[in-house]
Design a protein around this ligand. Structure first.
Ligand SMILES: [Zn+2]
Ligand SMILES: [Zn+2]
Length: 247
């Protein structure tokens, strides 16, 4: 087995709060520059730049996983990562069914759907910055039904996280891992989050700016940079494991 460097929480120009320079091609280029082996594209409530990102990495030494960052009715962010584009689109259909409103680009930012050659294909006009009218527990259940991985986003942040919105980590929370945004402050801060001991902890960049891609990542011990290997590492199966957080 080998060590692989993963950043499984990267936004693109489809997220209204991400910079427009974050095209699929630019994200792939920066990921290679940063020595990442595996990334996941996780835009807010949408997966419409996932395919272009996968195509932009064709013939590159980089694995791109399909994902989304879903905002629940409690305003909790969680990552949903899948093994295939088909699965992420099934999840996206459910999210779109439960996401109301229209984006106001002048307020929230443009939501650019791009292709792998840095060309604009169109604009998504849904309110991607909004919350879906689904509970976090329902989102997690659906992600798992589709065979995906559910990771609670930035649990060390004072907003849009499980502790900030629910007040604590529910004993029946069924996510596959918790993501922290500041691995350098983690040792000092983790006592403040009771209940974290039973989860794998990972750390990713949550990049909204191209310069942040891969700035924070997680090293996994696995056979190969693939979805199933990540799953086994998060669950600590067959010798796979989360080896460390890189800041
Ligand atoms: Zn988030
Ligand atoms: Zn994010």
């Amino acid at each position: 087995m080998k060590f692989f460097k993963a950043d499984l929480h990267i936004h693109t120009c489809l997220s209204p709060c991400a910079e427009l320079d974050m095209s699929p091609k630019a994200v792939v280029g920066k990921s290679l520059e940063r020595g990442l082996d595996i990334i996941a594209i996780c835009d807010h409530n949408s997966a419409e730049n996932v395919e272009a990102s996968i195509r932009a990495a064709t013939r590159c030494d980089l694995r791109v996983l399909p994902g989304m960052e879903i905002n629940s009715i409690e305003e909790v962010h969680s990552l949903a990562i899948f093994e295939s584009v088909e699965k992420v689109y099934l999840m996206q259909s459910m999210v779109y069914e439960h996401l109301k409103g229209t984006n106001r680009a002048e307020l929230f930012g443009d939501q650019v759907v791009a292709n792998e050659w840095d060309e604009v294909e169109g604009f998504n006009d849904r309110l991607l910055i909004g919350a879906v009218d689904l509970k976090l527990s329902d989102i997690i259940r659906e992600v798992h039904r589709l065979g995906g991985l559910s990771i609670a986003s930035h649990v060390d942040r004072p907003s849009f996280s499980v502790p900030s919105q629910l007040g604590f980590i529910p004993p029946d929370l069924e996510v596959d891992a918790l993501e922290i945004s500041r691995p350098d402050k983690w040792e000092a801060g983790k006592q403040q989050i009771p209940g974290i001991e039973r989860f794998s902890v990972v750390s990713f960049s949550d990049a909204h700016f191209i310069s942040d891609v891969g700035r924070i990542s997680t090293r996994f011990l696995m056979e190969s940079p693939d979805f199933d290997e990540i799953r086994m590492a998060l669950l600590g199966e067959s010798g796979r494991k989360v080896e460390g957080l890189i800041a």
